[in-house]
Write a protein that binds this ligand. Structure first.
Ligand SMILES: Cc1ncc(COP(=O)(O)O)c(C=O)c1O
Length: 398
């Protein structure tokens, strides 16, 4: 029975509908993969973050099943209480070695890590400097920290230099996505590291879309650029290229010791389930032993990048399997997603507040499990769909 106190929600949902901003679930089956069943139809999936095709890999699944049998389905408590099971320590040791850091600490998800780690490092007398296109979880973590939040223009090292030079904050934290989740471009980590060195600021890098994908060992953008030692806080997720679930922070042991006592999502939340840890461990083994997956992924990416550029999209800065097909208005992005779906392609419209107003888009993401024919087929379908989209709205970028 609906209660009167919630009556305002009807109008709110209608307003979201009217603006093209209402979201809805889209159940897929039978499992994550390059082709999924949506609404009873098999569609090529171009919107997952399963960049290496590991979410449904038989070895990763088997590791999860085995861990469930040995250690249970859930952890039953926070790590600091009675939830610290063998897969947790084993995965942290493996993550620390992979990242070339002294230690690592697991978090329930990337959102958890970003929401809680800034607050363990900075507070009221401090300042946190955040790229304007950083993921929403970083923004939330910065706000929760109560430090002054200073947002700098996307990848604008010069602006950041000026802001760092002027601040009077006690501690300074610079935080950035490594690969920006909706644009696929890479942060200028070397330049950021230099600025942080010069100004005594801490550097926090979220490798959610780079871990498993970039670098000779797949450890991420910092590894690819050879700046691992200059990043203070290496954050990454286990639910994207690693096909599992959860997140980690890696760094100096004293950092991990502090987070263990101070990061509220670590202290006050149930430990990751053992099957998720075991799945991530198995995925790390694949990342280490099958670099050909990354080579294959980037061959597909080069094909997609060239094709989208031919269609007139600005993808020159893309350095990852994420391609922004920016269409402008919400209506255009929704119409494009619907028309592509009719033709067998599953790619969702990304709208504000996930992306800035006027830049609604399709976010096309590739996986090593896709093939060339799928990339070519998508490009052909997109070319067919574009002329039929609603015109860009007057006064708004198209
Ligand atoms: C850059 C970035 N950081 C963090 C997250 C959150 O990670 P999780 O999905 O593990 O909560 C995401 C998720 O989409 C992301 O894109």
């Amino acid at each position: 029975m609906a209660r009167g106190a919630l009556d305002w929600i009807g109008a709110e949902l209608e307003a979201l509908d009217a603006k093209g901003l209402r979201r809805s679930l889209e159940p897929i089956g039978p499992a994550q993969g390059p082709v999924v069943t949506v609404g009873g139809r098999a569609l090529v999936n171009l919107c997952s973050n399963d960049y290496l095709g590991l979410a449904a890999d038989p070895r990763v699944r088997a590791a999860a099943a085995d861990a469930a049998a040995r250690f249970g389905a859930g952890s039953g408590a926070a790590r600091l209480v009675a939830g610290d099971l063998p897969p947790h320590g084993a995965l942290e040791a493996r993550l620390a070695a992979w990242k070339g850091r002294e230690a690592a600490l697991l978090f329930g998800s990337g959102y958890h890590a970003n929401a809680g780690v800034p607050g363990a490092l900075v507070g009221r007398d401090d300042a946190v400097f955040s790229d304007v296109l950083n993921h929403a979880s970083i923004v939330d973590g910065c706000l929760l920290s109560r430090a002054e939040l200073v947002r700098y223009r996307h990848c604008d090292v010069d602006e950041l230099a000026g802001l760092l030079a002027r601040t009077r904050a006690r501690r300074k934290l610079v935080v950035t996505d490594a690969i920006f989740s909706m644009d696929g471009d890479a942060a200028p980590l070397r330049e950021l590291a230099e600025l942080c060195d010069r100004h005594g600021a801490m550097l926090y890098v979220d490798e959610a879309h780079a871990a498993g994908v970039l670098g000779p060992g797949g450890a991420g953008l910092a590894e690819a650029l050879g700046v691992q030692d200059r990043v203070d806080v290496h954050m990454g997720t286990l639910g994207k290229a690693l096909g599992a679930f959860g997140a980690y922070v890696a760094g100096e042991r004293r950092l991990v010791e502090l987070l263990l006592s101070r990061a509220r999502p670590f202290v006050f939340s149930t430990a990751l389930p053992p099957p998720a840890c075991a799945a991530a461990l198995a995925a790390l083994e694949v990342v280490a032993t099958e670099p050909s997956r990354r080579t294959r992924l980037f061959a597909l990416c080069a094909r997609m990048q060239a094709g989208l550029a031919r269609l007139g999209f600005d993808v020159a800065r893309v350095a990852s399997p994420i391609f922004p097909v920016v269409l402008g208005s919400e209506a255009r992005a929704l119409a494009a997603a619907a028309a592509l779906r009719e033709r067998g392609w599953f790619v969702r419209a990304i709208r504000p507040p996930t992306v800035p107003r006027g830049t609604s888009r399709l976010r096309v993401a590739l996986s090593a499990a896709h093939d060339e024919a799928q990339v070519d087929g998508f490009l052909a379908a997109l070319a067919e769909v574009l002329p039929g989209l609603p015109p860009p709205e007057a006064g708004r970028p198209g």
